[in-house]
Design a protein around this ligand. Sequence first.
Ligand code: PEP
Ligand code: MG
Length: 829
Amino acid sequence: MLKIHFTCPLPNGLHARPASALEQRVNAFGAHVQIVNLRNERQADARSVLAMIGTDILYQDPCELVITGDDEAAAFQALQQFITQEFASCDESMPPSQNEIDTPLPVFLAQTTAEILRGNGVSGGLALGVAMYSGTPDLYQLAEREVATTPEVQRDALQAALQQVRMQLRDALHHAQGEAATVLQAHINLLEDDLFERALLSERPARNALAALAQALDELSAPLRESRSSYLQQRVLDIQDLGLRLATHLCEQPLMPETVLRQDTIVISPTPITPGQFLALRGPHLKGVVMGAGGETSHTVILARSFGIPLLSVEPAEITRIRSNEPLMLDTRYGVVVLAPDAQALRWYQLEEEKRQRQHLRLQPLIQRPGVTQDGESVAILANIALAAEAEAAFAAGAEGIGLFRTEMLFCERAAPPDEEEQYQAYRHVLQQAKGRKVVIRTLDIGGDKPCDYLNMPPEENPFLGWRGIRLYPAFNAVFTTQVRALLRASATGPLHIMAPMVTTLEEIKWLREQFQQTEAQLRAEGIATGIWSLGIMAEVPSVLYLLEKAAAYIDFVSIGSNDLTQYFLACDRGNPQVRHLYNYFDPSFLQLLTEMTARAQRAGIAISLCGEMGGDPSALALLLGAGLRQLSMSVSRIAAAKAHLSSLTLASGEQKLAQALASDGAQAVMMALKQQVTAAAKPVVDPALILLDRPVADKAEVIKVLTDNLEVEQRVISGPEVESAIWQREAIFSTALGFAIALPHCKSAAVSHSSVSLMRLTKPLAWNDEVDVSLIIMLTVSEQEKGDHMKIFSRLARKLMHAEFRQQLLDRALPQDVAELLAQEIAG
Ligand code: PEP
Ligand code: MG
């Protein structure tokens, strides 16, 4: 037995935040650690935050950590260091949360005169609906309605309620999938926590069981509320959620009238809503949620994202400005809710919806087709995901498989690793969604820039060159083996590709294979089924290039992690701004490495793909095609654009661009050449799709929005709102009304990808500025890369518009095609 004696250095005593830091350190060891408050002799297991808070350790209280067990010496050393060097600083104030409250709104939306509230859009989207408050019932008040009972009756009632809720949750878990199952599992764990049960069943001076429950919930949640750890904050919502479930078994009357949404609704809740409340509200009429700040990292947010429900988190004091039953327009992409929206805000909603539908329609045929070049070369486009719940959206967005499921999210921001069952459910969910399509799941990649507090890894001088990825597995064998078991079990659902990160040597590869084989044998001995699985590695460390031949006997595939491979090959930390200029995957030497890696893997009979950011970068696509890669995995949001870009490339052009890049002097030269090629291969400046004839619009702001939206749909701008804003900046300097009822708004902006001339002919004139009405608008949007042409096109058009005949032709021509031809002729001069 070893003891660490200390005086509590925390001005606010041992509350949730420092207790959770201590618990995370203790969890790394097998030894039992007891914390003792020598002032009042209260003790607690240092693995339970809730229990430690109960020891009532205050500032300057004498305390002791009592450590017993096999690894007590190692635990003593680590905890001694923690207590003397870090413990006191666990009590610093919370950092301000980042938010979008100050981000300017798009010009069109900013012109609304309706009242608005700003907040953080934690699940992005657009919604229109009527406000409905969803309150959490006050259990103390409800307790007053119920009859008074003795402590014995209370205890029996609470025990029975506990049993019933446990059964209900287990039953629900049986039928649940994906994130909903994860949340249920977390609730079951909480319900089975000793401390939860003790708090619930301890004798209290309460009117009845409901009041006793309310007191127990307060007791359990109070210390967690102030916590800096998002994990602990989430637990308050989970405790409330369980409390409500228990309460329904303690009330004679219904706890809350069941809420059935009968019209499109935006649910308002001054307190963060619980996952259970969210799931109960979900249905076709739940359009969005506005809730009090504090639940940004909760399970509710994860659920909202996976169901595509916009969710805005707002300061609780502000929320009360929303009146029940008033219409709302919610746009969480810009962190805004408009109260009683006026015509301008409603029009914003309508125009954004139209744009979304047009974008969807335009990309739909392409999205559902496999990736293919113009000349018929197949390049599979897969998705990178970090949560099982993202799989559905990934396939809907056109993913031909999941090329990288990063499992870190399952492990991080929590107090202990997920158990085998929780992991199994997550992996199985992805395989079920895939319906036989390829799924690659990566084993845990902790270390470097990806911390995981409960593993209690020591600080390192060079974390990126240190204890990371596969290098950690032998030391955390229990955590790793649990993941391997869950993966192998999941392979019974569908063929599974499993790969490990940060592999450097052949020994590691052999060890990896052995672990999987041994675990599979163990599962078989237990009578547990496994299916078809194959093993691969990430190519992140350059040494992999020279291992491929020997590795072929042990692995089936390799996936290039260009993010890390770039940093290790070019020896520059990917997060260090001082060496950012060196970190560039367009570096010709790096491109040479990729080319050779691909060729060597193919020669060794190992399938090769790429899953770093480079895969989703449109300007890198031709080079990857040229290098021989035929499988790329990327963020879901990049898939449609990648397929679109791929369909404009040929194998020969890819090979030629790669050869040119390999011969270049450096990354900048490669990027410059690619950019020029993109603009050279660009769309013509004039196109019938940019000509909008005889269109009714309300005002100048709508003209500019409709034209920039159209550029967005036609994929000629990188950001519509930025181009819109650049046009307005010009307008602020001088009006672009030219005379003859014509306006020539224009801008040159980095947000323009393809220079364009758009035209809108109105059904009736509208005011462009105070004095001038216009009925024809020609809008010029020029890309930053374009040199000089902006002014040339502008002045040529302006000159041409002086001619009555040209103006008349623009007004007379019946079809967009005819108008486009006329404009193209004149611009060409
Ligand atoms: C990579 O390194 O390219 C990769 C995909 O892994 P991560 O970004 O998760 O480190
Ligand atoms: Mg990596």
